[in-house]
Design a protein around this ligand. Structure first.
Ligand SMILES: Nc1ncnc2c1ncn2[C@@H]1O[C@H](COP(=O)(O)OP(=O)(O)OP(=O)(O)O)[C@@H](O)[C@H]1O
Ligand SMILES: [Mg+2]
Length: 493
């Protein structure tokens, strides 16, 4: 790894330097070739293992924990910071630099009561889902590796520690801006420094002046909306959308009690600490905006309120447009720009509303008929839209409801010239394989009980190609067995 140290060198006062503490008997549990290639690495080796388990220093690394704050479940915590994630610096790759962080690397000045560690089960889940989301084309932080150990850590019972080696284009979160706005009591110097750094590093097409700041916030709104549209389209529930877990680049970030929907359920809650369903699946779009408003508030010293409000007002439209784009591809609706006759803005809006209604009616049917979201959508790849019968009907209890919907669906899809090509397109938009909670759980149990990571490796390989038929892996596409339904994860990771 070849590092540069821009954050460390340019933002003194925004972090604490801290060395990670080694984990004993380190061993690779997982490694991502795809993530490795982002920072110019190839295969894992023994020296890298010692570096990434903090047993040896990595040449060129700086080791620091960043300070930030954030709104957690709606309430403001004035100081959080990296309590268990230690950043080595920005590793230079063929297409840009990536922060390398050891999540679970030991205590830092921000650990509060925590031990600075991550348990194996949560490190494995973060590793698997980072790479699985990337393969689903969802903007996300990545995971180079997950490293197991025999270091005991205590949660509800004794477990073992592990480290996820996270790669992120940036670790800057909404919470960073909140920290410098709220704790510096109106002195905007540090806030401005942070905004300038963010723009120079990650929005190099923008200037660091009033016009640049205004456009920058607008782009943050847009990328956040886009990320959440992706989540809703693949049925991903994040579970802890606190502002300290919102990346300024609109990448999915911090994987705790997340889950993909099995049975479609708008009100699905994946975090057992979330008693009120604040972060329920269907709440995510609204929470995205709530979080952006908290960010906007911190930017009032440098961006006009009217400009902040104008940018926030574009959020819903952008989210809906992105969601429509993704759902149209899934269901086989032509995109407005593909129609033979150009349609004007009003007609586009009208079509958008109708399509959104069809999508909502479908998810409503899936919910009332208790059907699996991913598997139901995958069926569209076997559908002939000109045929009066759809195999999706066979799963429905509410047949009349489905028939009404299917008629409207067919008339929206219209004539399909090449059904084969149409079905291939559906299959490339509707994944067959997702990281179902029970699959992750099986991989974790095999490691816990026998130190056997073969299930993890198999799952990782499968999820690298989620849209492809992989005939020997059919079982992985099944709905969860009884024991794996509605598994609820805690934050004690
Ligand atoms: N075991 C732990 N030891 C010390 N601090 C912790 C521990 N677990 C969580 N924290 C801290 O508690 C706060 C909220 O935790 P949260 O679960 O959102 O983040 P995280 O999963 O630790 O890390 P990240 O957001 O970097 O992915 C953060 O400041 C985090 O560093
Ligand atoms: Mg976090």
């Amino acid at each position: 790894m070849q590092f540069k140290q821009d954050f460390f060198e340019q933002l003194e006062g925004f972090y604490s330097q801290v060395y990670p503490l080694p984990i004993s008997n380190p061993h690779w549990l997982g490694w991502s070739d795809d993530a490795a290639q982002l920072i110019g690495l190839e295969k894992p080796n023994a020296e890298l293992l010692m570096q990434l388990s903090a047993n040896y220093a990595a040449p060129g690394a700086s080791y620091y924990a960043q300070v930030y704050s954030g709104h957690q479940f709606g309430g403001y915590t004035p100081r959080l910071g990296d309590g268990r994630s230690i950043i080595l610096g920005e590793a230079i790759g063929p297409n840009g630099a990536w922060d390398v962080a050891l999540k679970g690397g030991g205590p830092t000045p921000y650990s509060r009561q925590g031990d600075g560690r991550a348990v194996m089960r949560s490190a494995v889940r973060e590793f698997l889902v980072s790479e699985a989301l990337a393969a689903l084309n969802v903007p996300t932080s990545r995971a180079l590796a997950v490293i197991g150990s025999d270091l005991p850590v205590w949660r509800e019972s004794q477990e073992t520690a592990a480290i996820t080696v996270r790669l992120a284009k940036s670790h800057i979160r909404f919470g960073h801006f909140e920290y410098f706005f709220h704790s510096e009591q109106g002195d905007a110097a540090k806030l401005t420094q942070l905004v300038n750094f963010t723009i120079q590093q990650h929005f190099p097409h923008l200037s660091t002046d009033a016009a640049g700041y205004k456009q920058w916030f607008y782009e943050v709104v847009q990328s956040t909306a886009k990320m959440i549209a992706h989540w809703q389209s693949v049925g991903f529930a994040h579970g802890v959308m606190n502002t300290d877990n919102m990346s300024i680049l609109g990448d999915t970030f911090d994987f705790g009690p997340f889950a993909f929907l099995d049975t479609f359920k708008e009100g699905f809650i994946c975090n057992h600490s979330d008693h009120e369903g604040r972060y329920a699946f269907g709440q995510q779009p609204g929470i995205g905006l709530w979080n952006l408003k908290r960010l906007a508030q911190t930017l009032t010293p440098i961006i006009e309120s009217d400009d902040l409000i104008a940018a926030l007002n574009t959020y819903q439209f952008e989210l809906v447009q992105q969601y429509l784009l993704l759902m149209r591809a899934k269901l086989g609706f032509s995109q407005p720009n593909q129609s033979p006759n150009a349609i004007n803005a009003e007609e586009q809006a009208d079509l958008g509303n109708k399509d959104l209604q069809l999508v909502g009616q479908l998810t409503g049917l899936l919910e009332t008929n208790q059907l699996d979201y991913t598997n139901s959508l995958r069926r569209f790849g076997q559908l002939d839209p000109s045929s009066a019968h759809s195999s999706l009907r066979d799963d429905m209890v509410d047949l009349a409801g489905f028939d009404t919907w299917y008629q409207a669906y067919q008339s929206r899809v219209g004539e399909v010239a090449d059904v084969n090509a149409w079905q291939c397109e559906r299959n490339s938009a509707n994944p067959k394989y997702i990281l179902r909670n029970y699959l992750a759980q099986e991989a974790i149990i095999a490691i816990e009980e026998n130190g056997d990571n073969s299930k993890l490796l198999q799952l990782q390989q499968l999820l690298q190609r989620p849209f492809d038929e992989q005939s020997e892996m059919e079982d992985f596409a099944k709905r969860p067995p009884q024991w794996g339904q509605g598994l609820i994860m805690s934050c004690s990771s």
